[in-house]
Design a protein around this ligand. Structure first.
Ligand SMILES: CC(C)(COP(=O)(O)OP(=O)(O)OC[C@H]1O[C@@H](n2cnc3c(N)ncnc32)[C@H](O)[C@@H]1OP(=O)(O)O)[C@@H](O)C(=O)NCCC(=O)NCCS
Length: 434
């Protein structure tokens, strides 16, 4: 079994919970009864429906690879069902410069309503961060249901996303006309080609993570919502040589008989080439019987509006934080990405959980490679580990954070130097929830 599933539970958090007569433990995911109770507790924590036996079976198979942690209360009416849940797994996160760093993905954080506000979530989060640190993973990541919970653990929003609404009758196509071929295919037909494409495009935006097999199959509606699956369509774009270069998963939502202004809901679009991007969007925009296209979780620098005759046909309906990043090892994280311009800056980092406190010299050469060392030199910039996480993928600037009073510039010009270095040509983006 891989190390991430066998590292023992964090001693410090276990001791803290024990004082409240609670047990922190790992779930044996091959034990369907134990894992099933954990899954039911997790669904309850998110106020979701109880999974049917089939759904539960699918969830148990799809999540067995994760490190699965629970908290149990022996005094509860049903002591076998955990009162708190969390799951985690190692992944790779794309960083500026077409490379990746190892990241610790955290999900399924719930505490039973009967046990809230006693510090259980704090014990779980801290234990996850210490476990990732033990495994020498330099960064932890999560997507959040509320933006008020995770800053206290050193996380910050690092990649944003936007929802779009496109009024298609006014959105005449003015972009490049792609020369490839579109094919309507079944989700099953796209399973392997699409997985390969998703892997290929992962490097195109900082913030993308490896897509777990279960999430991939959900995107294709092969598992999960059976109702949604009924009118889900998949279109694949092949280049002139017949090689798949992109696909879109969408459905046209039936808004009543005789309605020629239906809504096309784009679920997922992947394009490995600019041609595929243009070909797929033109196809979606020009769909007959459709009055508008909606799309969620799209990148904030989507070029689509520039490809239409009416720039205002595309409205961003919801631009917000999506991927949250927590740096656990400044040297490995900062040396893992590339930089847009050279610079030499001393960063003073404060970390309430003491993983990364210190003064670091970041020395970036003309090729964009950074070397990080601890230093006694005076700081050019002071910031907390949260701001470092926010800046890491190039999703926000030091100038913005300085104006917001979140970082202090000790040496004039240091903010401008580092902003030029941290800049990413592509806005960071994560294309899915986890
Ligand atoms: C959010 C949740 C996990 C918190 O669990 P908890 O055990 O009550 O949290 P704790 O007692 O450990 O609280 C830790 C800190 O978070 C704060 N906090 C807890 N829930 C919060 C919330 N929903 N919003 C903002 N802050 C919250 C607490 O005030 C406390 O702050 P402090 O450290 O400054 O004292 C729990 O309420 C829950 O399961 N909610 C439903 C599922 C959910 O939203 N999960 C998060 C998925 S991203």
């Amino acid at each position: 079994m891989s190390a991430h599933r066998t590292v023992p539970v964090d001693h410090k958090s276990a001791q803290r919970l024990l004082k409240q007569h609670l047990r922190l433990g790992l779930v044996d995911t091959s034990n369907t009864e134990e894992f099933g109770l954990w899954m039911v507790a997790m669904a309850r924590g998110f106020h979701e429906q109880r999974p049917s036996p089939d759904e539960l079976d699918e969830q148990l198979r799809g999540n067995a690879h994760r490190r699965t942690t629970g908290v149990w209360d022996a005094a509860a009416a049903d002591p076998a069902t955990p009162v708190a849940t969390v799951s985690s797994w190692p992944t790779d996160m794309t960083v500026p410069g077409d490379s990746t760093v190892a990241a610790w993905a955290i999900s399924a954080v719930t505490v039973s309503p009967t046990h809230r506000r006693r510090g259980i979530a704090r014990a779980l989060l801290e234990s996850e961060l210490r476990t990732a640190h033990t495994l020498a993973i330099p960064v932890a990541v999560l997507t959040v249901s509320e933006a008020t919970i995770y800053s206290r653990y050193g996380f910050a929003p690092a990649a944003m996303s936007a929802d779009l609404r496109i009024a298609t009758p006014r959105a005449k196509w003015a972009g490049p006309v792609a020369s490839g071929q579109l094919h309507l295919v079944s989700p099953e037909q796209l399973l392997d080609d699409g997985r390969e494409l998703v892997k290929r495009v992962q490097l195109r935006a900082p913030g993308q993570l490896q897509l777990e097999e279960r999430l991939w199959q959900r995107i294709l509606c092969l598992i999960g919502d059976r109702e949604r699956a009924k009118n889900t369509r998949v279109v694949r774009y092949d280049d002139g040589g017949g090689r798949p270069q992109g696909f879109a998963v969408y459905r046209v939502v039936d808004t009543g008989p005789g309605n020629s202004q239906q809504v096309l809901d784009l679920h997922y679009l992947v394009a490995a080439t600019d041609d595929a991007y243009a070909g797929l969007w033109q196809y979606l925009i020009e769909m007959d019987l459709v009055g508008s296209v909606t799309a969620s979780l799209r990148p904030v620098d989507e070029p689509l509006a520039w490809m239409l005759s009416d720039f205002r046909a595309v409205v961003k309906t919801n631009e917000r934080d999506h991927l949250w990043v927590r740096i656990l090892d400044v040297k490995t994280a900062l040396e893992g990405r590339r930089y847009s311009s050279p610079g030499r800056v001393v960063l003073e980092v404060q970390d309430a959980l003491n993983f990364t406190d210190g003064r670091y010299l970041l020395d970036i050469d003309g090729e964009g490679h950074g070397v990080v060392s601890l230093t006694a030199e005076p700081a050019d910039i002071s910031l907390t580990v949260n701001e470092l996480g926010a800046l890491y993928l190039g999703g926000t600037t030091l100038a913005t954070l300085r104006q917001a009073g979140r970082i202090a510039e000790r040496t004039p010009g240091a903010v401008a130097t580092l902003d030029a270095s941290f800049r990413s040509a592509v806005a960071p983006w994560l294309s899915f929830w986890f």
